[in-house]
Ligand binder design. Structure first.
Ligand code: IMP
Ligand code: MG
Length: 179
């Protein structure tokens, strides 16, 4: 069973809350209601929910849609593939898209998803993530908006999982030891 005993806190609940407010300020300076928000499930569901509510304080009421991708299986190793297991309902042709994910690790997920949305006729795509691991980047771009840069450690909480556990932790923590 997942518990908090083997998780050491890296980013606190209060830090996350404050950073989401400032991220919403930054994002709302560049997007408007015509943009489509696309959140990648399952890892970004809590971040996306808090971010869109912070954006609402700026008067933004964009359409929101979700995609489920699998790139990590039941563990900490990337399978180096990105597969769509649940697709969007919204049409993206000609749309500007704010693409939200929990973490930019190698960057492959956001690269492949951006390519896919472009191939479907999306217009501009900008990316927002809560966390970024700069040491792990394998692609030629960085997320446009990133909440926190973190070291190369496997983290859980605030939506991020290990084997679909720990998502409910209100903070981001490093998984010290896998039981
Ligand atoms: P990327 O394609 O390598 O950038 O990986 C992005 C995806 O891998 C994220 O959407 C997460 O689901 C998962 N991931 C990467 N690093 C971590 C981590 O430290 N904890 C939990 N999930 C992670
Ligand atoms: Mg993910």
């Amino acid at each position: 069973m997942a518990d908090e005993n083997n998780v050491s806190m890296l980013v606190s609940e209060a830090e996350i809350k404050a950073r989401i407010e400032s991220l919403a300020d930054e994002i709302c300076a560049v997007i408007d209601n015509s943009w489509l928000v696309v959140a990648l499930l399952r890892g970004s569901f809590i971040f996306a929910a808090d971010l869109v509510r912070a954006m609402h304080k700026h008067g933004l009421t964009p359409k929101i849609d979700f995609m489920t991708l699998s790139s990590y299986q039941d563990g900490t190793e990337s399978s180096r593939r990105v597969e769509i297991t649940h697709d969007l309902n919204e049409d993206v042709i000609g749309k500007n898209i704010l693409l939200i994910d929990d973490i930019f690790d190698t960057g492959r997920t956001l690269r492949e998803t951006s390519k896919l949305l472009q191939s479907r006729g999306a217009n501009e795509i900008i990316t927002a993530v809560l966390l970024e691991k700069p040491a792990r980047r394998e692609v030629g771009f960085r997320p446009r908006f990133a909440g926190f840069q973190i070291p190369d450690k496997f983290v859980v909480g605030y939506g991020l999982d290990y084997a679909n556990q720990y998502r409910t932790l209100p903070f981001i923590g490093v998984l010290e030891e896998i039981k």
